[in-house]
Ligand binder design. Structure first.
Ligand SMILES: *[C@@H]1O[C@H](CO)[C@@H](O)[C@H](O)[C@H]1NC(C)=O
Ligand SMILES: *[C@@H]1O[C@H](CO)[C@@H](O)[C@H](O)[C@H]1NC(C)=O
Length: 362
């Protein structure tokens, strides 16, 4: 009997709980809000409406439960939460509810609808700078990005973009915690982010830019600000690209042209030194219009600028033209033969005339 009684009691209780829950969900499903989620830019006006389709038969209250501007009304079917210009960072992460309370004696029936409201702020200004306007090769340099009054800080990512002369882009992102900031993480504040760059010659002519990104769920375009682009100049010592160390052979009488070129910033200046006479030519090109054997030897090209110098040595080997010598010898021999032949003929002829004279006199 007691078992049966307990069973009936449990069933009745179950039905009762089911019933009250049903009435709860019924009145709650009629509660509608204009936005489930809303992203507001700092200082912009906000209006959120909460409504019910009809007045409940019992006494009720409709309102907005909030840290800022809470409202509550009776006998109306809609209630508006408004701010003429939202600047309260407290809305981020705090609860904002629309509620409906219906008095069903003896208990009170309440339901709530949450609205996810978030506030963000675009930076007042952004500035990129370098600790020095001209970089020297081999040093570590700091780029600084200063962002004024952006928030919420905890959602901020600073993005660095590097664009080289081939239009190749490299992007580096630094998130909250890895840059220095003043202000609370849920609010807006000032940010200084730095990027360390090794001043190699590859950085010469490269452009850097920084951007502020707010990684907020409802923000489609996270980029809220960018700096001006910053052009980098790196001074580096010259490197000779032409000629290379080596030997060049030239035949006597020919023209010798030695041309020197180098990469460097600022643009390098050149000098050539030639053997023996220690002549220095302040030009990238050395020309000898007719090479003689005394021109043989070491030629040095030096390319230099503020940052340093580079030099190469070219050995010039002068080849004597034997063809010319052979032709000359042949010519001389020919002349000698011709002269000898002529003298012999002349001598014989002279002897003949003289012997005739001698014989006629005798
Ligand atoms: C662009 O940069 C990447 C990474 O530094 C490099 O691997 C790639 O070769 C570059 N492309 C060009 C066209 O310079
Ligand atoms: C940010 O900088 C501005 C001016 O530079 C200053 O007035 C403001 O107080 C700073 N804000 C914070 C949170 O430090």
């Amino acid at each position: 009997m007691t078992v049966w009684g307990l069973f009936i009691f449990v069933v009745v209780l179950g039905v009762y709980v089911e019933y009250t829950q049903n009435t709860n969900t019924d009145s709650c499903s009629t509660l509608t809000v204009s936005h489930d989620s809303l992203l507001v830019e700092y200082g912009e006006p906000v209006e959120l409406t909460c409504s019910i389709p009809s007045k409940p038969s019992s006494q009720y209250k409709l309102g907005w439960e909030s840290q800022i501007n809470p409202v509550q009304i009776e006998n109306e079917t809609s209630v508006v939460w408004r701010s003429p210009g939202l600047t309260e960072w407290e809305v981020n992460g705090r609860e904002l509810f629309c509620f409906l309370t219906v008095n069903v004696a003896p208990n009170q029936d309440q339901c709530k609808k949450r609205v996810h409201l978030s506030l963000y702020k675009r930076p007042d200004s952004m500035k990129i700078s370098s600790e020095s306007s001209v970089w020297s090769e081999g040093h570590m340099m700091k780029l600084k990005c200063e962002i004024k009054n952006v928030g919420p800080l905890q959602s901020l990512t600073v993005q660095w973009t590097r664009v080289d002369q081939n239009k190749n882009r490299t992007v580096t992102e630094i998130s909250y915690g890895s840059f220095s900031s003043s202000g609370e993480e849920r609010k807006s504040g000032n940010v200084t982010a730095t990027l360390n760059v090794s001043a190699s010659r590859d950085e010469d002519g490269v452009q850097y830019q920084c951007a502020a990104l707010l990684k907020l769920e409802q923000l489609q375009q996270p980029q809220v600000g960018t700096s001006e682009p910053l052009n980098i100049t790196v001074h580096y010592r010259p490197t000779i690209t032409q000629p290379s160390n080596g030997t060049v052979s030239v035949t006597t009488g020919n023209r010798l042209v030695l041309s020197c070129s180098a990469h460097g910033n600022p643009s390098p200046q050149y000098s050539w030194s030639s053997p023996g006479n220690m002549n220095f030519i302040n030009s990238s090109i050395l020309i000898i219009s007719s090479v003689q054997s005394e021109d043989q030897g070491q030629y040095n090209c030096t390319a230099y600028n503020d940052a340093g110098s580079d030099s190469v040595t070219v050995m010039v080997n002068v080849v004597v033209d034997y063809k010319l010598i052979i032709i000359a010898i042949c010519a001389v021999l020919g002349v000698v033969l011709l002269v000898t032949g002529f003298s012999f003929w002349f001598y014989k002829r002279y002897r003949r005339t003289h012997s005739a004279t001698i014989s006629s006199t005798t």
